[in-house]
Design a protein around this ligand. Sequence first.
Ligand code: SAM
Length: 249
Amino acid sequence: MYYLGSKVKLIPFLRSSMEVVVGESLKSSHFCDLFAGSGAVTEVFKESVASIVANDQEVYSYILLQNILRQKPLDGLEEACESLFTCKKSEGIIFNYYARGGGCGRNYFSDENAQKIDALRQVIEQYKEHEATYICLLASLLYSAHKVSNTASIYGAFLKELKALAKEPLVFEPRIYPMVQIPCHVFCEDANVLIERIEGDILYLDPPYNHRQYGANYHLLNTIARYDGFTPKGKTGVRAYKSSRYCKA
Ligand SMILES: C[S@@+](CC[C@H](N)C(=O)[O-])C[C@H]1O[C@@H](n2cnc3c(N)ncnc32)[C@H](O)[C@@H]1O
């Protein structure tokens, strides 16, 4: 997923820098990624460390992180996917508030894709009691919806006309990671508060580095994740979000 401030391209540098400092003991280190975002760094380091703490204050990120650090089997996944692959479109929050056809004037998704997202999200809710499966399905929907969003990359604004990718039909692609065998803890908190309660050997801190608030720029991912009652505000339909004190120019 394209993500503001993603460190995907810096992974080799991060790994070699950490190895220079901790050497062989990387394997026995407790790793903490407290501004984990897309989870790109957590995803790589979970293979090389003894335990991991991943945190981000945004809910969509919490879902992605829990899926990347899955520790339970995916009960009922096959059956869930069958119903998701065949579910009919439906008009819900995403269509009504974020697609032209809903009459709100916003154009974040094509009408068809917005209705597909609503349908998928409603079916996914039926799997809530199978926690790992539910998280996996929800994370998969976030990635799949993000691929066909009608934005320049973030949700701070939508494009007037549908771009080519946004015209493509949404394809629901399950994002399945192998079960992680090391101890993992995932949080959705302010890192400044969480830091008081955790311990580790390697503290990886990648806070925001400009004024752009993640809650505002990824509000639609939070809305798909939460799928709750709220009042969208203004031209972009942003929902109330947590401001980060790290977001400064
Ligand atoms: C530069 S991005 C991290 C990118 C991440 N390393 C990656 O590769 O995807 C910064 C992240 O910090 C999160 N954030 C901002 N303020 C925070 C806070 N006070 N506590 C926890 N997370 C916060 C944002 O939601 C965002 O995901």
